[in-house]
Write a new protein. Structure first.
Length: 100
């Protein structure tokens, strides 16, 4: 594996808490000694936080759309549609015609 990918895999293991990750004390020591590693780990942590936030926003958007579909004004559209159809059908039955 290329060194860059191995470095990224090590950062991911540490940030995601994989079993193969180093101990927290050893990781802190590595971050203190290697500024580039600390910067890369910080950037990766921010990336994970951004992805999690985007996922929550997407989920909220999908839930709002489902709620609007089930309970919004469109859900009451069946009543307007049915009433309009009944108004169209009323003139066909003499007993049901509205009296003028």
């Amino acid at each position: 594996m290329r060194p860059e990918l191995a470095r990224l895999a090590r950062i991911e293991q540490q940030l995601l808490g994989a079993p193969a990750a180093t101990s927290p004390a050893e990781w802190q020591q590595l971050l203190i000694l290697d500024a580039d590693l600390a910067a890369d780990a910080q950037a990766q942590a921010q990336l994970y936080a951004g992805i999690a936030l985007a996922g929550r926003r997407q989920l909220r958007h999908e839930l709002d759309a489902i709620h609007a579909q089930l309970y919004g004004p469109v859900a009451a559209g069946w009543l307007r549609h049915t009433a309009a159809r009944l108004r169209q059908l009323l003139p066909r039955w003499p007993r049901l015609r509205p009296r003028s």
